[in-house]
Design a protein around this ligand. Structure first.
Ligand SMILES: *[C@@H]1O[C@H](CO)[C@@H](O)[C@H](O)[C@H]1NC(C)=O
Ligand SMILES: *[C@@H]1O[C@H](CO)[C@@H](O)[C@H](O)[C@H]1NC(C)=O
Ligand SMILES: *[C@@H]1O[C@H](CO)[C@@H](O)[C@H](O)[C@H]1NC(C)=O
Ligand SMILES: CC(=O)N[C@H]1CO[C@H](CO)[C@@H](O)[C@@H]1O
Length: 857
């Protein structure tokens, strides 16, 4: 692929298309690197990259996500390759549907972007078992991620398989395709000390194995300071400006810049302020970086049982610039787009030279890229949290705290990371009623009459159950064929046992490696416990009542995503490893080493109750006594898809924990009863100062995840079928549907310190700027939309954030009519922030203009 440089922008569109496609067929790109940058066809490049993982959205969503990435200023789309998706059974490959990596790479190419293919094949990624297929664990003598022959054979085979697949389709840049980079291994340097001397041999082997595959493009290893030449070692983190590669011949590359953070069941929702993310990116380019990748640019959804863990949530939104549903996360997306634009303006200077550093005071830094041919770009950073005034090249500049100003001509600030020019939009959920009728009124539920059910038996019900002496580790036993393993034991009692109180009561105590445990005694549910992302281990203690004669204890152990990170993560176990005891009066009876009966998975799974094409229809009961708030029930209903094209979500409020299928496709585990801790959140997070994954949290005390994405492509016209397995107990009639859409459009600009304006990004402001000073500019997000309502406007001292602005003490009285006149009925409008336009409601006070508007088509 050839990028469109200035020359081809001047050519008629058809001609440039011909040239582009001609070049695509005829030439390969020569991708190399040097000390400054990746070098494509002899030209050093500054590249902005973003992660979009193909299986976390759908092929129907890919073109739109990639176009939004391109509009956001990305040059490169990065994805991992997920081995366990593609080879669920050893030697049986699957590249269909969401797994169609070739189609994904071609879709990126069609948009004119490059691809960074991170093969791993260990990927971490909050993905089940870090991307490894479970069968790998059962290969005799295998040890993962070290100098171990059986492992290396499999790793090489799969890596070669992927490289061959790409080569067959001519997808490497060297063949004329979009792939300019590949990654081998992943963040091994973080944990390799645990593997001793073998770690080094393994890294050497990984490097030469990758190189032997002859992709014609460079390989990288991230977080691997000893990456052997010519593999480029790269940085992952919230900030990477202090990073340097291990050789002066390698460029400074940032392969994972965490745009937010992932969500866990039981955790609050992390977010990262756009000002801090922009600051981190600007600092990286300020200090010599030339390639940076957002992890994630669009996070998406962990469908099915793909989440890692334990306890990674189904939503993988990540507070990324494009949200889980594919809508722009504003103002983050726009603020970064503006940043990418200015970095591109600096590209000629950035690629030419290393930056020259001068101190402008304590924690005040200037870096200047200056070429002999006259190109000059400067970055001025204030790493303090207080605002500062600095002198640079004889001029005075205001630097807000914790910000970088970018001067693409070394004179004029056109971007500051702390000052957001991009308008803000809110994304909202619109609740729908009685889906079965397809109508569209707020906040109603599915009718209870629409549900049928099947009860999942407690304990052993399948013919393939088996017995073992003692307790078994769960993952070794189920090979992750299901989340569930039943542990069952029966015994006779006389009622004279010393571990019974008053002949019948005893304390049942169970120790488990996790992740969730539910106990049933003689068929009755006595209680459950769950672990958390920080500690999967659990123990259950319940007083139970036993009968004379035969008693049965059934323990249901469930996993919630297998471990994906850490040294030897593949060996961290799950399930009831004991002890399991009964006790009273200081006497303990240990059941651990007795004969237990085991059942892998559920009867309903074996019967494919989630599959709509099944022949179980006659088994579903639809009597008036729909079981509610009891564990182990399968529920089924039919519904009409919400009208329109807006993304769809299900609100599982009322349900406990389980998995949901729409027309046979799993949308993932639901668990609205697992709530975030009550504390640790703040209403507004100060972007100033170093960020960490626990710094900015929201949603405290609320369900970690209440809304679950249903891709439009899972739905069809007419009747759709939803099947739920409820493990804990819930009320399916409380379930509701919502669609996600862009709500209000907001902007808030001060008359005194407006954000610097880059006229290349906002050309419409160029004409008026000189005359009128600061402006508020609003544009409807949709192509055929017009501003239809001004929901809020204040010129004076308004407060609050988009969606909840309020008037301050000072407020102009004619603001509403001025803004209505300028904006209503237009697709975009500009309003000056000045007393000329609004009059002066409070002399001597610095005023600002805040507007919230809505658009309609
Ligand atoms: C690719 O580019 C490098 C450096 O720019 C150069 O040394 C090399 O000869 C080129 N290879 C081909 C095949 O053009
Ligand atoms: C319990 O007692 C019954 C008869 O009283 C016997 O058939 C059964 O095998 C015993 N079960 C166990 C687990 O000992
Ligand atoms: C699973 O079994 C293997 C071999 O039998 C053992 O080495 C490993 O520790 C077991 N895993 C767990 C988590 O117990
Ligand atoms: C060292 C570290 O925390 N690495 C994490 C970086 O972020 C990615 C994506 O969230 C994780 O997969 C890594 O574990």
């Amino acid at each position: 692929m050839k990028r469109c440089h200035h020359l081809c922008r001047l050519l008629p569109l058809w001609l440039s298309l011909v040239i582009l496609s001609f070049s695509h067929i005829s030439y390969g790109d020569n991708v190399t690197y040097d000390h400054r940058a990746l070098v494509i066809n002899g030209v050093r490049r500054v590249l902005i990259s973003g992660s979009i993982h193909y299986p976390r959205s759908t092929p129907e969503m890919w073109p739109d996500l990639i176009q939004k990435a391109k509009n956001g200023g990305l040059d490169v789309v990065e994805t991992y390759i997920f081995w366990n998706l593609h080879e669920p059974v050893q030697g049986q490959y699957d590249f269909e549907g969401r797994k169609d990596i070739v189609k994904f790479v071609k879709t990126v190419a069609e948009a004119g972007l490059y691809v960074h293919l991170r093969i791993g094949p260990y990927v971490c990624a909050e993905w089940n078992y870090g991307g490894f297929p479970l069968w790998l664990h059962f290969i005799p003598g295998i040890k993962f991620r070290t100098d171990n022959e059986p492992f290396k054979i499999e790793m090489q085979r799969f890596t070669a398989k992927i490289v061959d697949l790409m080569k067959q389709e001519n997808l490497y840049a060297s063949q004329g395709g979009p792939i300019i980079l590949s990654q081998i291994e992943n963040e091994y340097g973080n944990i390799d000390s645990a593997y001793g001397a073998a770690a080094q041999r393994y890294i050497q082997w990984s490097a030469s194995m990758a190189l032997s595959l002859d992709t014609g493009v460079p390989w990288v290893m991230c977080q691997q300071s000893d990456a052997p030449d010519p593999i480029i070692n790269t940085c992952n983190g919230f900030y990477c400006d202090q990073f340097s590669p291990n050789s002066n011949n390698k460029p400074k590359m940032w392969t994972e810049n965490w745009s937010g953070w992932f969500l866990s069941f039981g955790g609050s929702a992390p977010y990262r302020p756009p000002q801090d993310l922009a600051f981190a990116v600007a600092r990286f380019f300020q200090r010599g970086g030339t390639f940076q990748n957002y992890y994630m640019y669009q996070g998406g959804t962990n469908f099915g049982r793909t989440t890692g863990g334990p306890f990674i949530a189904t939503s993988y939104d990540y507070d990324a610039p494009i949200d889980e549903y594919g809508l722009l996360n504003q103002p983050k997306w726009g603020h970064l787009r503006d940043l990418h634009k200015v970095i591109k303006q600096c590209e000629p200077a950035l690629i030419a030279t290393d930056p020259a550093y001068t101190s402008l005071g304590q924690n005040l830094e200037a870096h200047v890229y200056k070429t002999s041919s006259g190109a000059c770009a400067a970055f001025l950073a204030n790493i303090n949290t207080q605002d500062a005034t600095v002198k640079f090249n004889g001029k005075t500049y205001q630097l807000p705290g914790w910000s970088v100003s970018i001067l693409p001509d070394c004179k004029n600030v056109v971007y500051n990371t702390a000052q957001i020019n991009s308008q803000e939009t809110t994304s909202e959920m619109r609740y729908l009623s009685s889906i079965s009728e397809g109508t569209d009124q707020p906040l109603s539920r599915l009718s209870s009459s629409g549900w049928s059910y099947i009860k999942e038996p407690v304990g052993i019900s399948k013919a393939d159950a088996f017995t073992r002496n003692g307790l078994v580790e769960q993952i070794n036993t189920t090979a992750d064929a299901s989340d569930y393993l039943w542990y069952s034991i029966s015994f006779n009692i006389t009622m004279g046992e010393p571990w019974l109180v008053s002949g019948e009561q005893t304390l049942l105590h169970v120790e488990s490696l996790g992740h969730v445990l539910r106990a049933f005694v003689n068929g009755f549910y006595v209680g459950g416990v769950m672990g958390s992302a920080s500690s999967a281990k659990i123990s259950l203690s319940k007083l139970i009542i036993l009968n004379k004669g035969k008693n049965t204890i059934d323990l249901l152990s469930a996993t919630v995503g297998l471990q994906n990170y850490g040294a030897f993560f593949d060996l961290s176990g799950a399930g009831v490893t004991g002890p399991v005891t009964l006790s009273a009066n200081g006497v303990t009876f240990d059941l651990s080493s007795f004969v237990w009966t085991y059942q892998i998975g559920l009867k309903g799974q074996d019967m494919s109750l989630f599959d709509v094409s099944d022949d179980s229809a006659s088994l579903w009961l639809s009597d008036s006594t729909l079981p509610m708030n009891v564990p182990l029930v399968w529920y089924k209903t039919q519904f009409k898809a919400p009208a329109g094209n807006d993304p769809v979500a299900i609100d599982f409020t009322g349900m406990g924990k389980g998995e949901a299928w729409i027309n046979g496709q799993s949308i993932g585990r639901f668990w609205p009863t697992y709530t975030a801790p009550l504390s640790g959140c703040s209403n507004s997070c100060n972007y100033k100062g170093a960020y960490s994954s626990s710094k900015c949290l929201k949603n405290c005390g609320k369900p970690s995840q209440q809304l679950y994405h249903v891709p439009r492509s899972f739905l069809k016209e007419g009747a759709n079928t939803m099947v739920l397995f409820e493990e804990e107990g819930g009320d399916p009639t409380k379930i509701s549907f919502a669609t996600r859409h862009t709500g209000s459009l907001c902007a808030h600009v001060s008359e005194m310190h407006p954000a610097p304006v880059n006229f290349e990004v906002y050309p419409e402001l160029a004409a008026s700027k000189q005359k009128l000073g600061p402006m508020v500019h609003l544009t409807c997000p949709g192509p055929d939309q017009l501003i239809n309502e001004i929901k809020f406007v204040s010129f004076g001292t308004p407060q609050g954030t988009c969606g909840s602005y309020s008037h301050g003490k000072c407020s102009s009285t004619n603001a509403l009519s001025v803004v209505q006149q300028a904006c209503v009925g237009t697709s975009s409008c500009s309003v000056p922030v000045s007393i000329k336009a609004f009059g002066d409601p409070c002399r001597g006070v610095t005023k600002s203009l805040a507007i919230e508007a809505t658009c309609s088509s």
